[in-house]
Write a protein that binds this ligand. Structure first.
Ligand SMILES: [Zn+2]
Length: 394
């Protein structure tokens, strides 16, 4: 199907940009501190995209990069042998910008957006794009199962997947609709366990230090339909069920996290984006308290201008009464501060970036919207924040 079913013409974009510049002055004026309120938003530089598709397999993503003449650095290998890749693009100016996606493989719009940003992000700053942090999960539940089984399973539905888990697996939990089994060296579940299991529960004992996958299940999430993706959970050595956007500040960490940590230590990103999605149909993003006032003023300005730009682009922002959790503080519509100390579970990528390097944003598009709209939101948010970042270092 055509990708951007609502793509704007160049003229539309220019019209949007005119309004945006006016809005930007207002947005800048709202930010306290000694930062210039000069208009800066250039969503117009995000052109329409005609032919981008979701990636059925990780090999398709790599082939797309290759066909576009891109090379990458391999940071490590996932347990299925897949390279964990980082594409260097942008210019040479420091500080560098880090863009990551796909830590949760069910959230596919961020992955598609990251690959597009390799081509489309206009900046003089050095950029490193990690198009997916979970190649196994991107490949789907059949692929994840093939690691335990030694061959791809022939399953066509969630029901067949569940029957296979019972047939081939060592059942660890079968209770209240939740099925968890061990096949080979890996855990598999019929549905999500994150947040629903107490640390150290008895059935987790054989899973300590192992990965566990469950399938995408919802029919109303384009590019993440039933079995289409696998969500990777990691059970810590002391029996806590976490996922690949944790472990950034812990010594025991999966390779997908350790490889990113090493890259960050090398490039010291001055701005970090982590592209995610949530189950709703709107859009929001989170920032973190910063080490310095200056970082925080610029972070706030990047966030405010990015939200203004995406709103003008037609996005529905999460409602005034929306609160993603008790560890969030609302700054304005669509923009929150996340406090990892209140949340627990250690640091995610952007928490870690804020602690060590500087501002960053976790973007959450709503998975119920059409894929093209969701991808476009990520492009506009990143591009706008990067323009403000460039002003900071002009
Ligand atoms: Zn996520």
């Amino acid at each position: 199907m055509p990708w951007f079913d609502k793509s704007l013409s160049r003229r539309d974009w220019l019209a949007v940009n005119g309004r945006l510049a006016a809005q930007s002055v207002l947005a800048g004026a709202l930010v306290s501190g000694g930062v210039s309120a000069r208009p800066s938003i250039v969503a117009a530089e995000t052109p329409s995209v005609q032919s981008v598709q979701p990636f059925a397999r990780y090999a398709d993503l790599l082939a797309t990069l290759k066909n576009r003449g891109r090379t990458w650095r391999t940071l490590g290998h996932a347990p299925d042998g897949s390279p964990l890749v980082a594409v260097k693009c942008g210019g040479t100016k420091k500080p560098a910008i880090l863009i990551s996606a796909g830590a949760h493989a069910t959230e596919h719009a961020g992955v598609v957006a990251a690959v597009e940003l390799v081509e489309r992000l206009q900046t003089k700053h050095e950029v490193w794009v990690l198009p997916t942090r979970d190649p196994i999960g991107l490949g789907g539940f059949r692929h994840a199962l093939s690691l335990g089984l030694g061959k791809p399973p022939e399953i066509a539905s969630l029901e067949e997947a569940e029957a296979l888990l019972r047939r081939e697996g060592e059942v660890l939990l079968d209770d209240g609709g939740r099925l968890v089994v061990l096949i080979g060296d890996y855990g598999y579940a019929n549905r999500g366990l994150y947040g629903g299991v107490k640390k150290g529960e008895d059935f987790l004992e054989p899973l300590k230090g192992r990965r566990l996958w469950f399938p995408s299940r919802a029919e109303n999430q384009p590019a993440s339909g039933p079995l289409e993706r696998a969500y990777t959970l990691v059970v810590t050595p002391d029996g806590e069920v976490l996922h690949l956007n944790r472990f950034h500040d812990t010594r025991w960490a999966p390779i997908e996290v350790r490889s990113v940590r090493r890259l960050m230590a090398e490039i010291k990103p001055g701005l970090t984006f982590d592209l995610h999605e949530y189950g709703g149909d709107a859009l929001w993003m989170s920032a973190r308290r910063q080490k310095t006032d200056e970082d925080e003023i610029w972070e706030r300005r990047m966030g405010t201008e990015a939200i203004a730009a995406v709103k003008l682009d037609g996005a529905t922002l999460a409602g005034d009464d929306y609160n993603p959790g008790g560890f969030f503080e609302r700054l304005e519509r669509g923009l929150y501060w996340l406090d990892p100390g209140k949340r627990g579970e250690g640091y995610n990528l952007v928490d870690f970036a804020a602690k060590e390097y500087g501002p960053g944003f976790t973007i959450e598009s709503g998975m119920q919207a059409p894929l093209a709209d969701r991808v476009r939101r990520h492009l506009v948010l990143v591009q706008t924040a990067v323009k403000v970042f460039e002003e900071r270092f002009a």
